[in-house]
Design a protein around this ligand. Structure first.
Ligand code: GDP
Ligand code: MN
Length: 391
């Protein structure tokens, strides 16, 4: 789960990581009003979207007067923001963060992520923080230091000392001490919040030697959200793909893909096998959708709705092996889904297993138009022939 910068900064504050004073605004007027409470000039107005690279895309603006803050907020809020992470269509910005401007002496990079190969958290530190960090990592990887942290033994002072003392020139002793405790605090936050990523870029040293997290990014491991209910409540549904959001709400395992065959399957293994046979037949799946072994009629309905809402879908394949999910339940779910949204694309059904006769009968006696496939391979071939025909 991703979080907004302002939310990540509030969490950082709780873990003793200094962040600039700031307020969230949803309108240009609110942004103007915020300048009365936030120290400035200068102020910084920052687009709050789940995508990086805002600085280069015009989503981070420095303003010298409250009037300029208002103008900057208006400009950011009224046009979709395009960054290298949003795609060319950009992302609508619903809120901005108005912050006190900071005088930067140095921009550092600091993050904790999981090193999957080593199965350990790793602290990543660089003296060359800022908007070019990807380029730094690519062209001068020696400037990016990695410090593995064994979660068994936990945090050790050297985990901070080694990267911090690599700085050249070395900051003054107080700044260096602050930097090392900030590193420890970031690790503490990473563990306590079940993060998959905690990143500060840039972590700045100000002209008077203070450290401030100027940017903040936190991603929470989705698998931990059951025990991070407070964090789950911070989720912003407007930042999610609406189909992903719907799937999550109804407990469907759904991943959107780039092809044009919408597939509804029960069980993850069968769903993967179905994607394989679709590809073997020469087509591309539009999604992975596992309604679950024990899906209810409603889940089947919602699953079909999700497929029908995807404009890329040119044909649908329902491949069900009735076990705990009985074929008659599936058939009723499909009919309920088709009732709400007319199915305008070819539908191929392959049913097998528990109550298959009853399921087929329910479908046949309805006015739903569909084709029956005898087995999976035939189903994949039929659905592929349909998309080739419309292409
Ligand atoms: P990102 O581009 O989405 O990662 O957004 P950031 O929050 O990292 O901001 C981009 C850049 O704006 C930073 O690297 C800074 O150089 C600059 N910036 C942000 N806040 C301030 C500030 O308070 N003062 C100054 N001088 N620059 C800032
Ligand atoms: Mn940044």
């Amino acid at each position: 789960m991703k979080m907004h910068e302002y939310q990540a900064k509030e969490l950082f504050r709780k873990f003793g990581i200094p962040v600039p004073q700031g307020l969230v605004a949803r309108t240009a007027e609110e942004a103007f009003g915020a300048t009365k409470e936030i120290m400035g000039p200068p102020w910084v107005v920052k687009a709050q979207i789940h995508a990086g690279g805002r600085g280069k895309g015009g989503g981070v603006r420095i303003a010298q007067t409250p009037e300029d803050v208002k103008k900057a907020a208006k400009a950011i809020l009224e046009t979709p923001l395009v960054t290298k992470q949003t795609g060319p269509e950009g992302r609508k910005v619903n809120q901005v963060l108005v912050e006190q401007g900071v005088e930067i002496d140095r921009e550092l990079y600091l993050a904790v992520v999981i090193d999957r190969a080593k199965a350990m958290p790793v602290l990543i530190f660089s003296s060359a923080g800022g908007m070019e960090i990807e380029e730094v990592a690519e062209k001068t990887p020696e400037l990016v230091l990695k410090q593995l942290i064994d979660p068994g033994t936990g945090w050790m002072p050297y985990h901070a000392r080694t990267p911090a003392y690599s700085l050249d020139p070395l900051p003054d002793p107080d700044t260096l001490k602050d930097l090392m405790s900030l590193m420890a605090n970031l690790y503490r936050a990473f563990i306590a919040l079940d993060c998959s990523l905690a990143e500060i870029n840039p972590l700045v040293v100000t002209k008077d030697g203070k450290l401030i997290a100027l940017d903040a990014k936190i991603n929470i491991d989705d698998n931990a959200l059951v025990r991070q209910k407070d964090l789950k409540a911070l989720e912003d549904p407007t930042e999610k793909d609406p189909l992903d959001y719907k799937a999550e709400k109804y407990n469907l395992n759904y991943i959107r893909l780039s092809g044009n065959i919408g597939a509804m399957v029960n069980g993850a293994g069968l769903a993967m096998a179905t994607m394989d046979v679709i590809k073997l037949a020469g087509a591309e799946p539009a999604n992975f959708l596992d309604v679950g072994g024990g899906a209810s009629e409603e889940m089947v309905t919602r699953g079909l709705e999700i497929i029908l809402e995807d404009e890329n879908v040119k044909a649908i394949l329902i491949n069900i092996f009735g076990g705990i999910l009985r074929c008659d339940v599936l058939a009723r779910g499909v009919l309920a889904g088709a009732e709400k949204t007319a199915i305008k694309v070819p539908l191929i059904v392959r049913l097998e297993g528990t109550n298959v006769e009853e399921g087929r009968k329910i479908l046949q006696e309805s006015n739903l138009k569909f084709m029956v496939a005898r087995d999976m391979v035939e189903a994949a071939e039929m659905v592929t022939a349909q998309v080739k025909k419309t292409a």
